[in-house]
Design a protein around this ligand. Structure first.
Ligand SMILES: Cc1cc2nc3c(=O)[nH]c(=O)nc-3n(C[C@H](O)[C@H](O)[C@H](O)COP(=O)(O)O)c2cc1C
Length: 159
């Protein structure tokens, strides 16, 4: 017995998440995309994971560069989330952004709630996605309220 794609999508939309922009670098090339499939994995050593569609440009760049940064967005960064998810002008996403780097060279999104700068330690094939596991080399903390995603729409913290 199997579940069809619509049922799967509808069920997963009931899982509330934060929103990240996952960036990568290989040489002089940088890229990034909006990702909600991010999680903490291990404390010792410090590991996080992101799930990337195998067709995504960002996935291919992580494959080449073996680094990524997961930048957790704040409630007022919804426009950035849309920009990094849109295929319109997909290679102009960093225009107007002045992105610092930390240890790995992956771009950090300015104003993010927190950024995890990671070096890839494992890649797990998972259907049409790859689970990239990164060792956290640096944490850069910001401030603000988180941007949330639920039921196919953005949300904020209640109360
Ligand atoms: C809220 C939100 C969450 C998303 N989460 C993911 C995700 O976890 N993994 C993924 O591969 N794509 C995710 N996407 C889709 C990508 O951001 C989108 O396909 C993007 O255009 C890929 O860019 P690229 O091919 O230039 O790397 C998400 C989009 C939105 C709006």
């Amino acid at each position: 017995m199997s579940v069809d794609a619509d049922a799967y999508r509808a069920a997963m939309s009931r899982w509330a998440t934060g929103v990240t922009i996952v960036t990568s670098r290989s040489g002089d090339t940088i890229h990034g995309m909006t990702v909600s499939d991010f999680c903490g994995v291990s404390l010792e050593p410090p590991l996080v994971a992101v799930c990337a569609d195998k067709t995504a440009n960002t996935h291919k760049l992580i494959e080449q560069g073996r680094v990524f940064a997961a930048n957790v967005l704040t409630a007022d960064q919804q426009a950035l989330s849309n920009k990094f998810a849109s295929k319109k002008e997909e290679f102009q996403r960093f225009d107007g952004l002045d992105c610092p780097t930390a240890v790995t060279g992956a771009p950090l999104i300015p104003g993010a709630l927190v950024s995890f700068d990671c070096r890839v330690v494992a890649a797990h094939d998972a259907g049409d996605h790859v689970i990239w596991v990164g060792r956290v080399e640096e944490i850069v903390s910001g401030e603000g309220e988180p941007l949330l995603y639920f039921g196919g729409a953005y949300a904020g913290l209640a109360g």
